[in-house]
Design a protein around this ligand. Sequence first.
Ligand SMILES: [Zn+2]
Ligand SMILES: [Zn+2]
Length: 359
Amino acid sequence: MGAMSTAAAHGVVIGTMTDEKINSNLPNAKAEAAPRNLTGDRDAGQTPLLPALACLKTAYSHILGYSVAGEETVIQAPELNVVFDIGKCPRPVLTSDFCLLTHGHMDHAAGLPYYLSQRFFQGMCPGTVICPRPIADAVAAMIDAFGRLEGKAIAHRLIPLSSGEEFELRKGLVVRAFPTFHTVESLGYTLIDRREKLKPELAAQQLPGHVLRDMKARGEKITYTLDIPIMAYTGDTAMAETLAHPDVREARVLLTECTFFEASHRRRASVGRHLHLNDFLQALPSLQNELVVITHVSRRTYVPWARRTLERAAAGMAFTPKIEFLMEHTQKLQVVAGSAAAFNPAPLPEPAEINEAEA
Ligand SMILES: [Zn+2]
Ligand SMILES: [Zn+2]
């Protein structure tokens, strides 16, 4: 006797139901209202399963990103061609040629090999990764391991930096690393607008152009270098001297972590080497930024409550910056089943005065 079918072996008889009978047992799809989107009647921007990117406009660049402690942190400045940390590499950040990685924690670094590989797949130039010098070997080994898994080397450029070192991203735009203090090797980064300006004593004389050109031809130094720190990003850090560093204090826009706000979370902050609201409040009076953007707030903390708590605590203090919470600027992503997610950031700003060429 041949082998019995599995169904028959289990005493199940197959094939007695007609299509009509089956269909009569199924709910009538047409009779039920189709959900508006994947989240049914809920707003897509409110479900943690479809994290929407935040978008915030500054005078120097948009700030586009997502940052929740332990979950994912990725913050892009599209007009400055950089992405600070890479999180899980949301699609828009592929367009930045430079990834400035602050440290190797998974929620900040996991998307790195995908970013590099996907840029190749999309026909873009190889991505450049800037990272703390002590983790460069591990980052290179990770990219190499993914290359072996993919069966071909992943094109990229890796630039290790130490605190105080610089790298020119493009003419007139430099990144400089500053020290941060986390549970693993880490660095923060400041983007610096660098211009050559005519020396004030020469400008005061209103010398004609040909005289200045002759002086230059004779090898005389007629200009001085003016550095303007445009944007600083701390990554993850404990208090120490990070927020007192001039590149951080004086940056026009400061992107800083502030993970914990509840009084009972003081210990969590010190164990994880993160900033607590109390640390931030201590530093606040010395900050000279135009805008401070708070990132990396714990999932345990309700962000509007954190903002109100900060506002109450800072009331009456003398300080300059306007303060925003990144995740209060999330976009409303409408995801309709069967179609691609539409992402429509605000239109690009007029070129800021800061980027205009000067002598
Ligand atoms: Zn983190
Ligand atoms: Zn971390």
